[in-house]
Ligand binder design. Sequence first.
Ligand SMILES: NC(=O)c1ccc[n+]([C@@H]2O[C@H](COP(=O)([O-])OP(=O)(O)OC[C@H]3O[C@@H](n4cnc5c(N)ncnc54)[C@H](OP(=O)(O)O)[C@@H]3O)[C@@H](O)[C@H]2O)c1
Length: 222
Amino acid sequence: MRKKTALLLGGSGLVGGLCLDYLLNDSYYTQVKVLVRRPLSVEHPKLIQHQVDFDKLKDQHSKIKANDVYCCLGTTIKKAGSQKAFRKVDFGYPKEIAVLSHANGAEQFMLISALGANPNSSIFYNRIKGEVEQAIAQCGFQGFYIFRPSLLLGERQERRLSEEFGQKIFQWFSFGFMGWLKKYKPIEGKAVAFAMLQMAKEKRRGKQIFESSHIQSIYDQR
Ligand SMILES: NC(=O)c1ccc[n+]([C@@H]2O[C@H](COP(=O)([O-])OP(=O)(O)OC[C@H]3O[C@@H](n4cnc5c(N)ncnc54)[C@H](OP(=O)(O)O)[C@@H]3O)[C@@H](O)[C@H]2O)c1
């Protein structure tokens, strides 16, 4: 079997951490690289950690090399401190990593975007997500997979009160997410991480968009 490498961004986050588990424990990849700001406490024979300065990605382009790239990066406007700082993390870094990894021969790029992503949206968050999808689509990957989850469920180390409140509300009314409302149903981070790996293995060509209900059905069929 050909040796395959994965490069993961956002491995310290909710979906990224779950994605790292899947990537390390599946035989599909022989090597898993992570780009991190701070070292992860995970050790594994397949794992290579690169601690990088995300503002100087070009200087470290040789580390941004793999067959498949998994981008689980993201922040919130509150955490980033401003819309500009949010855009840097959710648009600037993913786009730069896409350009550099493609130049280094990457074939597939898996991006976590979000429900409602649309470059023409009047909602800032949805617009940035739409813009990053659009920018990466122009890089020319053999396969570009966009995952648009609804509200993410899962254990976080940090407390996000608005998300916790949203999770409770959605869980109480989860029976109501039927028909066209299905794509709004909150989804477990592990379902997104699982779907990313499964779809990468299928090696589809061109741009593929997975709305939240589709991600859920991939996970349900496992
Ligand atoms: N939360 C939701 O309900 C929801 C819904 C739909 C879509 N999404 C999207 O799904 C994706 C994954 O979400 P998540 O909740 O799993 O994310 P998360 O837990 O907040 O993790 C975000 C990751 O991005 C990294 N990151 C943040 N700021 C950074 C910076 N300035 N420089 C370098 N790395 C940085 C974090 O690294 P550090 O540990 O170093 O900070 C972490 O690894 C995001 O793009 C998010 O927008 C989220």
